[in-house]
Design a protein around this ligand. Structure first.
Ligand code: ZN
Length: 153
């Protein structure tokens, strides 16, 4: 497993549009600042798969799948992080530097994976806790601010 410095990864991500990449396999409809479609990662009849082109990420309220363009390619094509990064770099016309395969760099990539998993778990947990209705204060606060149920989710 090889690793790349964070600025290389950021550079590739800044040159691809997450909505273009997802739009190749998912039919997306614009809805304000985001785009929605049927989630490619779980079976559904009403779209709960949201793509935020400006912020560069996707999130499914149905199954919790979420991440950036690299994560989508990993999930969609069953690729490793490095393979997905390479695929997007090719597409964006970015030449990746020689991979850094030092133990530090490899650990950093694994950290990134762990980070994705951790944010996923946290997002699922908070969604569940809010939906459970056990905590009134945050719900009242959100209601007071006029935030609708969909956004709260
Ligand atoms: Zn889903």
């Amino acid at each position: 497993m090889a690793a790349y410095p964070p600025h290389v990864i950021q550079d590739v991500l800044s040159r691809v549009n997450v909505a273009d990449i997802i739009g190749e396999s998912v039919r997306l409809k614009r809805l304000g600042g985001r785009m929605i479609g049927l989630c490619p990662f779980h079976a559904e009849k009403t779209p709960s798969f949201n793509v935020h082109p400006e912020r560069g990420f996707y999130h499914c309220f149905g199954c919790g799948a979420s991440g950036d363009a690299i994560k989508f390619v990993m999930q969609q094509d069953g690729l490793s992080f490095t393979e997905a990064l390479q695929k997007l770099a090719d597409r964006a016309g970015v030449e990746l530097p020689r991979p850094d395969s030092s133990p530090e760099a490899v650990a950093r990539d694994q950290g990134r994976e762990a980070y994705f998993k951790a944010t996923q778990v946290a997002a699922d947990l908070y969604t569940e806790l809010l939906a459970s209705g056990r905590f009134k204060a945050p719900l009242e606060y959100l209601e007071k601010r006029g935030i609708d149920a969909e956004t709260v989710r």
